[in-house]
Design a protein around this ligand. Structure first.
Ligand code: HEC
Length: 112
């Protein structure tokens, strides 16, 4: 291998790795952004406590204080069908990866 092509390969590798970093940063959860779209979760993952008020009272997992990673993975799992709860599947199906990251950041930092 010539020096030149080795340098080119190194440059490509650097470019690719910085691209990966940029993508990871893009998916950083933004708790402030989540606040604007959290209304559709709060009806069930309500405050205070963690029960639904409507249509019937049933237990819903408490999200506040859970690990952001766990929350994001749970949402991915509902979306993919790996987790099968019908209401959460319906909700997660409409979420983008960014939404999931935002909600995860929000709930991980929330006490409720
Ligand atoms: C219609 C009621 C309802 C709404 C609205 C709702 N959820 Fe849920 N959610 C549930 C129920 C019920 C469960 C428990 C499902 C199960 O047993 O798998 C759950 C589970 C979860 C879990 C997994 C928790 C755990 O401990 O494993 C996450 C994360 C979650 N919801 C996030 C959200 C987010 C984010 C929103 C808003 C985009 C939302 N939910 C909106 C009812 C709801």
């Amino acid at each position: 291998m010539s020096h030149r092509s080795a340098a080119a390969i190194a440059a490509i590798a650097v470019a690719l790795s910085s691209l990966a970093v940029a993508q990871a940063q893009e998916l950083k959860g933004d708790a402030a952004a989540a606040k604007k779209k959290i209304a559709r979760c709060e009806g069930c993952h309500g405050i205070p406590g963690y029960r639904t008020a409507y249509p019937v009272v049933y237990r819903v997992p408490k999200l506040g204080g859970q690990q952001a990673d766990y929350i994001a993975k749970a949402l991915q799992a509902y979306k993919s069908g790996e987790r099968s709860h019908p209401s959460m599947r319906g909700i997660a199906a409409g979420l983008s990866d960014q939404d999931m990251a935002d909600f995860a950041a929000y709930y991980a930092g929330a006490a409720k």
